[in-house]
Write a protein that binds this ligand. Structure first.
Ligand code: UDP
Length: 316
């Protein structure tokens, strides 16, 4: 395949895997990232490669058409530029709101001027503490608009609303709601449960469980998610669609801790800490729509994906 792609947030965990996959497919890729939570190390292997360029700027840099000359013509824009882990977005709430409000606006304007197709990376957090299970795209969610997570939840809900407004004015827009994703390249200190448990298990330190550990999550391995992101962008006839992307294999955090202990052979104990505010008690995607419209479904089980993250295993 060919074409010119902008990946905003391309030096982040997910963005860097996407940039790598797009380069391998033969696209010309520009990665835009302010490195607030992204890291140059994530794209070190791509720097200097033909067809790949990196611009260390914020999405605010695109304001009023600035930057468009530097970037040049574009066919596709992925917007992944936002802090995404609870620790990160509660540390940087204003940056998170602005990346999703002004950043989304600037990127949508760029898409309009370039006549580029646009994919918004939204999140399962738009469902908040869901009252239906598993979560279907038609569910409107149960979000605390003033809680600690609201910078991310409401930021993404605004980004979705803005993207759909552009769609209704003729832009080719697709919205994907990404559920918990894991794999190599997650920042050690980003606070998410899988990197936390893995590093604690390796260090033989207690695995920290917030609350009683009965809350559930459904974890998707990064390579599956990257295939889903590309399908959302490159499949014809899905403009204006909102699609859940995630792995419906649901586990409690306690089960996850026990699985990681077993796979690492770690003697770590489980340490129960106070629960986190507004922590969604259950989360699992209904992915029938993505399966029907994109022909997509994840292929890597949680056990297989975690095994790939262990030291000495092939990190792909
Ligand atoms: N969690 C935990 N221990 C940790 C980190 C997270 O028990 O060291 C829990 C957290 O409270 C949540 C789940 O694991 O219920 C997933 O948290 P994460 O920060 O990975 O992402 P979230 O799904 O909340 O966005």
């Amino acid at each position: 395949m060919s074409g010119r792609v902008l990946v905003a947030g391309g030096a982040g965990f997910l963005g860097s895997h996407l940039c790598r996959a797009l380069c391998q497919e033969g696209f010309e890729v520009t990665c835009l990232d302010n490195l607030l939570t992204g890291r140059e190390a994530n794209i070190a292997d791509l720097l200097g490669r033909r067809g790949f360029s990196f611009i260390k700027e914020d999405t605010a840099w695109l304001r009023d058409g600035q930057g468009t000359e530097t970037i040049g013509p574009l066919d596709y824009i992925f917007h992944l530029a936002s802090p995404a882990s609870p620790r990160d977005y509660t540390t940087w709430p204003l940056e998170t709101l602005l990346a999703n409000a002004m950043g989304t606006y600037n990127l949508l304007q760029l898409a309009r001027h370039s006549k580029a197709r646009f994919v918004l990376a939204s999140t399962s957090e738009v469902y908040g503490s869901p009252l239906i299970h598993p979560q279907l795209e038609d569910y409107w969610g149960n979000v605390n608009p003033v809680g600690v997570r609201s910078c991310y939840d409401e930021g993404k809900r605004y980004a979705e609303a803005l993207s759909m407004a552009y769609f209704r004015q003729g832009l080719d827009v697709r919205v994907v709601r990404i559920f918990n994703t894991y794999g190599p390249g997650m920042r050690g200190g980003d606070g998410r449960v899988i990197p936390n448990f893995l590093s604690q298990a390796h260090a033989k330190e207690p695995l920290t469980i917030y609350g009683d550990g009965r809350q559930t999550r459904s974890f998707c391995y990064v390579s599956d998610l990257v295939v889903g992101l590309q399908a959302a962008m490159f499949t014809r006839g899905v403009s204006g669609e909102v699609l859940n992307l995630g792995n419906p294999e649901e586990v409690t955090i306690l089960e996850l801790a026990q699985l990681i202990k077993r796979l690492t052979g770690s003697p770590s104990e489980l340490k129960f800490l106070p629960g986190v505010r507004d922590d969604p008690p259950r989360r699992c995607p209904d992915i029938r729509r993505a399966n029907r419209l994109l022909g997509w479904k994840p292929t890597i089980s949680l056990e297989e994906g975690l095994t790939r993250m262990l030291p000495g295993e092939t990190e792909t």
